[in-house]
Design a binder for this molecule. Structure first.
Ligand code: FES
Length: 143
């Protein structure tokens, strides 16, 4: 079991079966953070949903299962799902990478209880004013 650090929130995502059996992608919003949760070849990943080149949503990106990477749908930049590192230009800045945990068939992600650094102006509309976590919102989308 993974234990949340003092500055992290443990956020319930849903049944893990939806990700492993139905190939679901979900975006979990916590404060100004958007966390993309998905499974590739039976492995669970949680990374930032917004491309660091421009704020495109990676949930609409194409996954490369053989290398555990995802392409941004706008300019085809690429990221490693395993590390969040940018692996193809024009992306250069890594994505946030989040820990995941499965307990009794339920999936959780661990999200820092702090705003993104530096703040992403494009995501400010999702924050609850102070930059503190504004609660959990899920936007489930089948792949
Ligand atoms: S917006 Fe993602 S690569 Fe340009």
């Amino acid at each position: 079991m993974v234990h949340a650090a003092a500055s992290e929130l443990r956020v319930h995502v849903g049944p893990v079966s939806a990700f492993l059996e139905e190939d679901e992608r979900t975006v979990v919003k916590v404060g100004d953070r958007e966390v993309l949760v998905l499974a590739v070849r039976g492995r669970l990943f949680a990374i930032g949903n917004r491309c660091t080149h421009l704020p495109a949503q990676l949930r609409r990106g194409h996954v490369l299962p053989e290398s555990f990477e995802i392409n941004c749908p706008v300019h085809m930049g690429r990221y490693s799902l395993m590390t969040g590192e940018a692996t193809e230009l024009p992306c250069e800045t890594p994505l946030p990478k989040y820990a995941v945990e499965v307990v009794d068939g339920e999936l959780y992600v661990f999200v820092p209880d702090t705003p993104l650094d530096p703040p992403r102006a494009d995501l400010q509309s999702h924050a609850a004013g102070s930059g503190r976590p504004a609660g959990l919102h899920t936007n489930k989308e089948a792949k």
